[in-house]
Design a protein around this ligand. Structure first.
Ligand code: 13P
Ligand code: 13P
Ligand code: MG
Ligand code: MG
Length: 366
């Protein structure tokens, strides 16, 4: 059976600043999707990560379906009204366009979708991150799909021996998508050379070279490319199919033990380590730290099992402690050097305004 997985997420308002949506807001989105998705959706799952609400849907309407995108857009509109009524912060934050025009891409919400012939058993993972951007997944995806030091399956499993194809997007390019396709392992150094710059080059999808099947889909939205100014970080979502011709769940999860530094956190303008957290976690220290959650599912004819919380396990406690220490260490250097993002990525105009004013006061000494 041909199934499409679509996940569409947006920040439409939260409690106490950018911490988490209210239960009432989540319920409003849930009720809208349940009522209006009847007959169209095989199943759905609504959750939040930090202040972002994600609507995961299974259906047979194909990728980019207007009906599916409109369902999510309308659910976010209904939710925004609830957010306004409750006085939530940033009500409708990620809805950047007035009227729906066929597809939520380029309108603010993040989208990750893939379509495939469902396997007799179809395990997959749904990742959602808050207070960071899509480049946050570059390192974990590189390790999981291209490095046998992380993924023994690349040398053990004959079905993965041909490696994976990476589709990488230049997210600084506005207008039409600018992408490149590169194959691991032959073009590993070229892949690495691009992925080292996660603010510009972002993995959009990963494909099995053995079967041509899609393994991963990542949202690549850049909110400030749409709005022309800072409106919030582009908190990214991702879908990954696992097992058999794809890496095992544990191989996909392993890189998150690093707690690597990503762009985001306070005012979307810092470098902070990424903390794996339980589903439906909120935000705290320094509007962060940047967090990532993972719901694991099995699926049959589009019907989902209950989610298994992949990071809710004793193993991740010491990783969380390590990330907290890394976060505090980085914060000790305040706005200096590596702690704050470079000028091009600052989400506020304060520094460039100061620079302009100070330019006039610089003098060349003889
Ligand atoms: P299989 O059951 O698909 O062989 O999976 C084994 C595995 O992934 C252990 O990591
Ligand atoms: P969000 O993008 O998650 O809304 O966070 C905005 C922010 O600037 C937090 O400091
Ligand atoms: Mg927010
Ligand atoms: Mg957010």
């Amino acid at each position: 059976m041909r199934i499409t997985l679509s996940v569409i997420k947006a920040d439409i308002g939260s409690i106490g600043g950018h911490i988490a949506p209210s239960q009432k807001l989540l319920e409003a989105v849930r009720v809208h999707v349940r009522r209006n998705g009847e007959g169209m959706l095989a199943d759905s799952y609504i959750s939040h990560t930090g202040d972002d609400i994600a609507i995961l849907m299974t259906h047979s309407q194909r990728v980019g379906s207007e009906a599916i995108h409109k369902l999510a857009w309308d659910a976010f509109l209904v939710g925004t009204q609830v957010a306004r009524d409750q006085g939530l912060y940033g009500a409708g934050q990620d809805l950047l366009k007035e009227a729906f025009s066929g597809n939520v891409k380029g309108m603010g919400p993040a989208v990750a979708e893939m379509e495939f012939e469902e396997r007799p058993n179809e395990p997959f993972l749904f990742f959602a991150a808050d207070k960071t951007d899509p480049g946050a997944y570059n390192l974990p995806l590189y390790l999981a799909f291209a490095d046998p030091m992380n993924t023994p399956g690349l040398i053990l499993a004959p079905s993965m021996a041909k490696g994976f194809k990476f589709v990488i997007m230049d997210v600084s390019h506005t207008g039409k998508d600018r992408i490149i396709e590169l194959n691991a392992p032959e073009e590993l150094y070229d892949i690495a050379a691009l992925l080292r710059d996660p603010e510009r080059f972002v993995i959009e999808s990963v494909w099995s070279r053995q079967t041509g099947e899609q393994a991963a889909a990542v949202s690549t939205t850049r909110l400030h490319n749409i709005a022309g100014k800072y409106t919030g970080k582009d908190d990214p979502i991702m879908l990954i199919r696992v097992q058999k011709d794809f890496p095992a769940t544990g191989e996909i999860l392993a890189p998150y033990a690093i707690g690597h530094f990503v762009a985001g956190c306070m005012r979307g303008s810092h470098q902070m380590p990424l903390m794996p957290v339980a589903l439906n976690s909120g935000i705290s220290y320094f509007d962060g730290p940047s967090i990532v959650s993972c719901a694991a599912f099995a699926m049959r004819e589009g019907r989902l099992t209950e989610p298994r919380d992949a990071f809710d396990h004793p193993f991740w406690r010491s990783v969380q402690d390590k990330v907290a220490h890394k976060a505090v260490d980085m914060r000790q250097q305040g706005f200096f050097g590596a702690a704050m993002l470079p000028m091009s990525e600052l989400e506020y105009t304060g520094i460039s305004e100061k620079m302009k004013r100070l330019e006039a006061r610089f003098e060349i000494r003889d």
